[in-house]
Design a protein around this ligand. Structure first.
Ligand SMILES: NC(=O)c1ccc[n+]([C@@H]2O[C@H](COP(=O)([O-])OP(=O)(O)OC[C@H]3O[C@@H](n4cnc5c(N)ncnc54)[C@H](OP(=O)(O)O)[C@@H]3O)[C@@H](O)[C@H]2O)c1
Length: 282
């Protein structure tokens, strides 16, 4: 079995599995992580302006020798870059940092600031072929407002999602738009309590896999895109080695019982407004 793809609402196919590079320092660490992932066959990198490592991702893309169209790059705009006119300039800077002439998927990182103005510019960037697909991240209270103003409906929504918080309610809210869900903190940010849940240990023994592989396979079968962060070569190899087995319907039902409505990140909309106070460096 080989890696799987998700068909987006614009017809494009995105590799379902990728490497997340949040908290990987820019420069040699990000370059090495991406190059190692590419060597394994991973073809999807999830970065953001706020991670301050887009340059490393772009450099790895260049050094890899892969054709641009072989790799899927997702990046995200920060609220201080939102606004009609302003966002287009921010996109041009992103393209420079990534050393590319297009972005596969561009997301609004947060639901605060002038996200409607930003979305208008993102739609223009699609028309100008600078961006292929556009989407959102961390939208909750302002989701329907964005959807009401959007001519292009979001191709993806990236949110915290793992077996303790599987996001089934959100999936119902976006179902009619064909928006795919992308899981952040897919391993609970590496939470040992989640990873070592007895259900996963039992299923790991059943399938001859690790607990983490069972969790990642659950994301895949839930239909989510997943891009765990790791710089550890063995972890990277194992994380991608999840396309040769399938969890049964009974196993999926057992994992569904682990939903306890637990989020690791709990900032209120009011608290999220502080995101407009911090500006990532160009
Ligand atoms: N849109 C947003 O607001 C948002 C927020 C957070 C994250 N994200 C995206 O989602 C990605 C993933 O989230 P995350 O990095 O915070 O959390 P995560 O992927 O759930 O967890 C990462 C942690 O799990 C460990 N890990 C990875 N593979 C492992 C394995 N096979 N065995 C044991 N431990 C393993 C890593 O340590 P090692 O490095 O030691 O392997 C790291 O400490 C990010 O990189 C980013 O792209 C987006």
């Amino acid at each position: 079995m080989s890696q799987t793809y998700l068909k987006l609402n614009n017809g494009l196919e995105m590799p379902q599995f990728g490497l997340g590079v949040y908290l990987i320092p820019d420069g040699k660490e990000t370059i090495a992580a991406c190059l190692n992932a590419f060597k394994l066959g991973v073809r999807h990198i999830d970065t953001a302006h706020a991670y301050q490592n887009e340059r490393g991702v772009g450099e790895a893309l260049k050094q890899s020798g892969l054709k641009r169209e072989e790799v899927w790059i997702t990046t995200k705009l920060w609220p201080t870059e939102y606004g009609e006119g302003k966002t287009l300039k921010a996109i041009d800077k992103m393209l420079e940092r990534l050393q590319t002439d297009y972005i596969d998927l561009l997301l609004l990182h947060q639901q605060v600031g002038d996200y409607i103005g930003a979305w208008k510019d993102m739609e223009k960037a699609v028309a100008d072929s600078k961006v292929k697909s556009i989407g959102i991240s961390n939208f909750k209270e302002n989701l329907e407002d964005l959807l009401a103003h959007a001519k292009i409906k979001p191709a993806a929504i990236q949110v915290e999602c793992h077996p303790y918080f599987p996001q089934h309610e959100l999936k119902k809210r976006i179902a009619e738009y064909g928006t795919v869900l992308e899981s952040w903190y897919p391993l609970g940010h590496g939470d040992p309590q989640l990873i070592n849940e007895p259900v996963f240990t039992k299923l790991a023994q059943k399938y001859g896999k690790t607990n983490v592989q069972i969790i990642l396979r659950w994301h895949i079968q839930e239909g989510n895109s997943v891009f765990p962060k790791t710089t550890n070569l063995q972890h990277m190899h194992d994380n991608f080695d999840i396309f040769d087995f399938e969890l049964s319907a009974e196993d999926m039902a057992e994992i569904a019982k682990m939903n306890k409505g637990k989020r690791y990140y709990t900032a209120t909309l009011e608290e999220q407004k502080h995101f407009t106070q911090w500006k990532p460096e160009d």
